[in-house]
Write a protein that binds this ligand. Structure first.
Ligand code: ADP
Ligand code: MG
Length: 560
């Protein structure tokens, strides 16, 4: 036993699993792995609470692989994950850890892909099934016996599954499994709804709680920048000039914003792409692969599309739009600083969002320092540094290969070497602004013009604060395609905030967060953008929903 493998070797896992873990390059088990693996190996039910990036996948995958019987060609373990990306990631991890276990197969079951091959893989004897709850229920409707041999169940990111409206599906799945099975639940948070599930469906569970919040966050340097909503794109472009990043993920709230920002970045020559729920599954996988291998450097994503995304190259997270709550902030910035690496997270804050910034600081127990937009001098310095870095390796042997040509050209053209070098530089830099004066002229933002007072407020793309009153006239905002605007008579004077409406619609309507568009809370009413597809059904579902003690009574709203 070498020193590096000591930690994992102590679990007495099946030697083939241990060998695969060592081959993966893990040295020591993480805290959640250290505590969970023995409990799960011993067959106990367990509730594990830990933040993103703490290594939960191996914490359940290794002991479960240890407990299955590779000789039995039937489903033995079921892992439920909130999204397709996450299900695929967990399935891939299982495959990695099972690489040296002949006969063990893993199947990923998720929506957006044909059902036939998934069912066939299960029937062909895959021992491990990794699934999203919705699609698994579709399979159960076709064959209710399909899970009858499963004796290990894992709920991964249980809080996210509930937020995405999978509660009813989970109940259906619980019923389809043998009651004697082992059940393990992982969640970043343990709200009452999760505890209720644990009470009903886990037997005498052991609790493991890892307080990594501060640790996860301290590896990440955080900063915020005050900016008006309509200046976000130019602020992002300025920040990119001076941030020394490898790969970067930007978070925005809407699908449209992923597309708009990604094309603005591409137009400036960045290798950028959008990632949102509308993008086809195979295309999404291609985007993530490209980010991993460097064909892309920037991905602009919504929360749901980026959930579980794990790309070690990511050095920076830009929160271009504010997250809806501190938990998603922690989730988002957890995309960088993976596995103990350093990372940097920047948050753009509009004047009205300053209160949310304070909440984030309170919940994470950290101050998020304020930074200003780089001034022209900083941009110039950064551009010259980049130019120096790209040219200096070329200088070494250029004289021997092109020196004679230079001599000849200066004679032919009749210019000095300095004039010729300058002309070549202008060409090589695509006439990029490389003097203070030129940079000042090209920059749309006066440096350090961050808004200070609420007075200068402008309408925001996503209104998430009560507006000051109905008299405030605003230009009509065009609806995104496929969205319908709905109205409720509840408004700010009823004590309603956008997050209450959002929460109610998410919980009762069973929608994904990004399915809900702009929410505007006015004094005496509120407007919510909802998917046109299935709207009538949704409104019926929400018929008896109450918010702040009052009936929501959401109706389609037609402007005249
Ligand atoms: P979580 O599910 O808690 O967000 P993951 O299981 O996705 O975390 O793991 C995060 C990253 O850490 C992955 O890239 C994984 O390969 C890596 N990792 C997990 N355990 C270890 C370990 N013991 N040593 C090194 N890296 C690890
Ligand atoms: Mg995970």
């Amino acid at each position: 036993m070498t020193q590096e493998t000591g930690g994992f070797a102590a679990f007495n896992l099946n030697p083939n699993i241990l060998a695969a873990v060592i081959a993966t390059g893990y040295e020591e088990p993480s805290a959640i792995q250290q505590q969970s693996i023995p409990i799960i190996m011993a067959g106990h039910d367990m509730i594990g609470q830990a933040q993103t990036g703490t290594g939960k996948t191996a914490a359940f995958a290794l002991p479960i692989l240890h407990r299955i019987d590779p000789a039995k060609r039937e489903p033995q373990a079921l892992i439920l994950a909130p999204t397709r990306e996450l299900a695929l990631q967990v399935a891939t991890a299982f495959e990695t850890y099972a690489k040296q276990m002949p006969g063990v197969t893993v199947v990923a079951v998720y929506g957006g892909a044909p059902m036939g091959p998934q069912l066939k893989a299960i029937r062909n004897g895959a021992q491990i099934v990794v699934a999203t709850p919705g699609r698994l229920c579709d399979h159960l409707r076709r064959d209710e016996k399909v899970l009858s041999t499963v004796n290990h169940l894992v709920l991964d990111e249980a809080d996210e599954m509930l937020k995405l409206g999978f509660m009813d599906d989970l109940e259906v799945i619980f019923k389809a499994l043998p009651p004697t099975r082992q059940t393990v639940l992982f969640s970043a948070t343990l709200p009452q709804s999760i505890r209720a599930i644990a009470e009903r469906h886990l037997r005498d569970p052991q609790h493991v709680k890892i307080q990594t919040k501060t640790q996860t966050v301290t590896a990440i340097e955080q900063a915020h920048l005050l900016v008006h909503a309509d200046q976000k794109t130019s602020a992002v472009l300025s920040l990119l000039e001076v941030e020394d990043f490898d790969a970067l993920i930007m978070f925005v709230r809407t699908k449209q914003a992923t597309l708009d920002l990604a094309s603005a970045l591409e137009a400036k020559g960045y290798k950028a792409a959008a990632l949102n729920g509308d993008i086809a599954q195979n295309q999404r996988e291609r985007v993530i692969e490209s980010l991993k291998d460097g064909r892309l450097d920037i991905v602009v994503a919504t929360d749901v599309a980026a959930r579980g995304l794990d790309v070690p190259r990511i050095t920076h997270v830009f929160n271009v739009d504010m997250p809806y709550d501190p938990e998603s902030y922690v989730h988002r910035i957890g995309r960088t600083g993976r596995a103990g690496r350093e990372g940097r997270a920047l948050l753009l804050v509009t004047p009205r969002e300053r209160r949310m910034l304070q909440v984030i600081e309170r919940v994470t127990g950290q101050k998020v320092a304020e930074v200003r937009l780089p001034d022209a001098q900083a941009v110039l310095d950064a551009r010259i540094k980049k130019l120096t870095n790209s040219l200096s390796p070329l200088v070494a042997d250029a004289e021997s290969t092109h020196g004679d040509l230079l001599d000849r050209l200066t004679v032919d053209i009749g210019c000095t070497p300095r004039a010729l070098a300058a002309a070549l530089l202008r060409k090589a830099t695509n006439a990029q602004a490389l003097t203070l004066a030129a940079i000042e002229k090209e920059r749309p933002l006066v440096p350090n013009n961050a808004p200070r007072g609420d007075r200068s407020d402008r309408p925001e793309r996503t209104g998430d604060r009560p507006d000051r009153g109905d008299r405030e006239r605003r230009a009509p905002v065009p609806l995104a395609e496929g969205r319908a605007r709905c109205r409720t008579a509840l408004g700010a004077r009823d004590g309603i905030a956008a997050k209450n409406l959002l929460g109610a619609i998410l919980n009762e309507g069973g929608l994904a967060r990004e399915a809900i568009g702009r929410i505007q809370v006015r004094d005496s009413f509120s407007l919510v953008e909802l998917p046109e597809d299935g709207l009538e059904r949704l409104l019926t579902k929400l018929k008896d929903t109450r918010v702040a003690g009052k009936q929501l009574k959401l109706r389609r709203y037609r402007e005249d």
